[in-house]
Design a protein around this ligand. Structure first.
Ligand code: ADP
Ligand code: MG
Length: 730
């Protein structure tokens, strides 16, 4: 067995004894390979060093010099002042530190050093207070215009030491690196071979070289990942035969007759794509993306009835009770005069009823099931499940996808999302699913007009407007970030039953924007302040601004019956105003509601605000969203500004992603599961797109099966084989 030189332990490298090896281990660097593929955190471009004669006191600059004096002084009351003098060409600059006497130990006469910071002119000399320090090696400083990568460090390890170890690794081992990516791919992508890339990354001659080397390393990470996804998708298509669910013209027209409207072009296109999958004999694995209100329920129903028509069972799974019962009433109503046998299956059934339902599902007696997660519990066994529709996917973990138990056959799976997902996530988290996007909305929808309401005067006017709309027969949602008042138990924390990863309100971000006790808002009990408590807002509005109207209250701590009653009362117009927490955020559909007031709007996340706003603008009447907020954090302000400026959910998804990053968008747990080594979905978006294209083309065209890709295929299997359940040797 030949030893792979790249697996040489780091302590074998010159400049890296046992003790430094321990420090490297703390950084996750155990072998030479780890060191070679370490991505610098950034790069120091010495061609951007400022000559002392050109310094100014306005910006952060870097100077370069030789240590000529090191001086420590004791000031009064035990304070210390340390200073280091650098000689830089004809000039001198000083670095100073208060109460950090230990700093001086790191300097010696003759050392080459960089100071970065904003300098001040003091007694005729430029001075850097607590500058960022870089130590250069003798060799580094001789090269003018050198570009030095900087790495994440750990206590006890210095940058120049780490650089030296890395240089050693590159010089002695880079030529052992095997490039698994065939030349034709590199040519397409315009990238250097791996050995070259590693040299450019760690020992770049120019900033451009560094960028190229870096891109190659990130490219490989994403490319292998995308190849894994492409293989997984191919496998899904190849391996899983599923019942054919063909749609005849007769079935098609019968299904369409159930809807009081004509499908939009987008809906028709979605139906075509889904029908093709369902008729193909291979299991569908498709993600349906559309903006809020685009009419996904109709698509789900169409697909489900296709399954029923073909004689197999179908299930629709929703993330909450409220949503499941709403889907249920929509479907149940539409099927009122049909013979489709159906049931609602949630955690709320009595044991006796549940037992009966499960028996009927197992015997095939029931054809169509609507439910919550209760439908994927172990004791739920379908006789022949042909199609599963999962609504509002990102409230479920990806791992929960398609765990339906059915005898004999593989179900087709259609996943629907609540709001558009940023493209980066479509390409990763959902990257193995086929994608259908609906870009249009049902006709006659007017975009919701959105405004921020900040002053007391604006608020008075807003309530006036609300009253006029209510008198004209419209209905209104008043949404609050919390259930109870601040200061009582559970205050300031979001309604726990509604809190799911995707919709985490940005509580830390907003903390500072809450009105301080005694501020004008809280001093005026007669008018509803900007308080975020649903209970308090309900009480205040009922007695104040909206006392002439019928108000309802709904939140996650109400028991199921009261919640359902409150929703029903609002749906059938008994109540005109519904004060709520985010329980109403996903999917609730009351077309006559045209007004939404969001209290403390800056306390919500952007995707969540968009989702909330999607509850209105669903009918013929013009709709209005009023965002109440105090002066919030900059990020809160950006969110509200984005919401005000566009109603395009696809656009909002991208802004949200940029502001919050992937962890927050899909929940940290899932982000943590993304098996990427160095790539960042926010930073490396272009590379992601590029690798997606190349990887999927290669797999689709069959080129990836050619012998030149053998080593790369092995690597992909090694990294993702188990995770993505890829077949070996295929
Ligand atoms: P979402 O995509 O957010 O789940 P829904 O399925 O709840 O949207 O549909 C929103 C509203 O639009 C519902 O009231 C539905 O009846 C209506 N709708 C759906 N499709 C059409 C259409 N083609 N024409 C008119 N109204 C439609
Ligand atoms: Mg929906």
């Amino acid at each position: 067995m030949s030893q792979d030189p790249l697996q040489t332990p780091v302590h074998m490298l010159r400049g890296c004894g046992e003790s430094r090896a321990e420090l490297l281990a703390a950084l996750g660097l155990h072998t030479v390979e780890d060191v070679l593929f370490l991505l610098p955190r950034d790069v120091l471009d010495l061609s951007h060093v400022t000559p002392v004669s050109e310094l100014n006191d306005e910006s952060i600059q870097t100077v370069h010099g030789t240590v000529v004096d090191v001086d420590g002084r004791n000031l009064s009351r035990g304070r210390t002042l340390s200073s280091v003098l650098l000689e830089s060409g004809e000039d001198f600059v000083r670095g100073t530190w208060f109460n950090q006497a230990w700093v001086l130990k790191r300097f010696q006469h003759g050392m080459q050093v960089l100071f970065s910071g904003k300098p001040k002119r003091r007694s005729g000399r430029w001075e850097f207070s607590h500058p960022q320090i870089q130590w250069l090696e003798a060799g580094d400083s001789e090269i003018t215009g050198a570009v030095l990568p900087r790495y994440r460090l750990t206590e006890g390890l210095r940058m120049h030491e780490l650089r030296k170890i890395i240089r050693e690794a590159v010089e002695r081992y880079a030529h052992h690196v095997v490039d698994r990516v065939p030349p034709q791919v590199l040519e397409t992508a315009g990238l250097p071979v791996l050995e070259e890339a590693i040299r450019q990354l760690h020992l770049p001659a120019t900033a451009e070289e560094y960028e190229t080397g870096r891109k190659r390393i990130i490219f490989d990470d994403l490319f292998e990942f995308q190849l894994g996804l492409a293989l997984r998708r191919r496998e899904w298509k190849r391996g899983r035969s599923a019942v054919r669910l063909p749609v005849t013209a007769k079935i098609d027209s019968r299904i369409r007759l159930l809807f009081p409207f004509k499908f939009t072009e987008g809906q028709n296109q979605a139906v075509r794509e889904i029908s093709e999958d369902l008729a193909s004999g291979r299991a569908m694995h498709r993600l349906l993306q559309a903006d809020v209100g685009a009419g996904k329920t109709a698509i789900a129903m169409y697909a489900m009835l296709t399954a029923v028509a073909a004689g197999v069972q179908t299930v629709l799974m929703a993330p909450t009770e409220v949503l499941a019962s709403q889907h249920w009433s929509t479907i149940d109503e539409a099927l009122a005069r049909s013979r489709v046998t159906r049931c609602l299956l949630t955690g709320q059934l009595t044991p006796a009823r549940r037992k009966r339902v499960l028996e009927d599902i197992a015997s095939g007696e029931i054809q169509l099931v609507v439910g919550t997660q209760a439908v994927i519990q172990e004791d739920v066994r379908f006789k022949q499940l042909g199609l599963a529709v999962i609504d509002e996917q990102h409230r479920f973990g990806v791992a929960q996808r398609a765990r339906f138990s059915s005898t004999g056959i593989t179900p087709h799976v259609l996943v629907m999302t609540a709001t558009p997902i940023p493209r980066s996530l479509t390409l990763t988290q959902f990257g193995d699913l086929d994608l259908t996007v609906i870009r249009d909305l049902p006709p006659g929808r007017q975009p919701v007009s959105t405004s921020r309401i900040r002053s007391q005067k604006a608020r008075d006017k807003a309530w006036d407007f609300v009253r006029r709309q209510l008198r004209a027969g419209r209905q209104a949602y008043i949404v609050c970030p919390r259930i109870e008042e601040a200061g009582t138990a559970g205050a300031n924390s979001p309604d726990p039953r509604e809190l799911l990863p995707f919709n985490q309100p940005t509580d830390q971000a907003s903390g500072s924007s809450r009105p301080a006790p005694g501020s004008p808002e809280t001093d005026e009990p007669a008018s509803p302040g900007d308080a975020g408590s649903a209970e308090r807002v309900f009480a205040e509005l009922s007695a104040g601004e909206l006392k002439d109207f019928r108000l309802g209250l709904v939140h996650g701590q109400l028991d199921r019956d009261r919640k359902a009653r409150a929703m029903d009362a609002f749906r059938n117009g008994e109540t005109q105003v519904l004060v709520s927490t985010t329980v109403i955020e996903v999917g609730v559909d009351v077309p006559n509601a045209t007004l939404m007031v969001i209290m403390q709007a800056d306390h919500f996340g952007l995707a969540q605000l968009h989702q909330l706003r999607g509850r209105i603008g669903r009918g013929r009447h013009r709709s209005y969203c009023l965002l109440f907020s105090d002066e919030g954090t900059p990020e809160g302000e950006q969110r509200l500004a984005a919401l005000e400026s566009t109603t395009d959910g696809f656009r909002i998804a991208e802004v949200d992603f940029e502001l919050r990053g992937p962890g927050d968008v899909l929940g940290t747990r899932q982000h943590g599961e993304l098996p990427l080594r160095v790539a960042s979905l926010v930073r490396d978006r272009e590379i992601l797109e590029e690798t997606r294209q190349i990887a999927f083309d290669l797999v689709r065209s069959g080129k990836f099966d050619a012998s030149g890709f053998g080593p790369l295929r092995e690597q992909v299997l090694l990294r993702f084989g188990e995770l993505m359940e890829l077949p070996h040797g295929g």
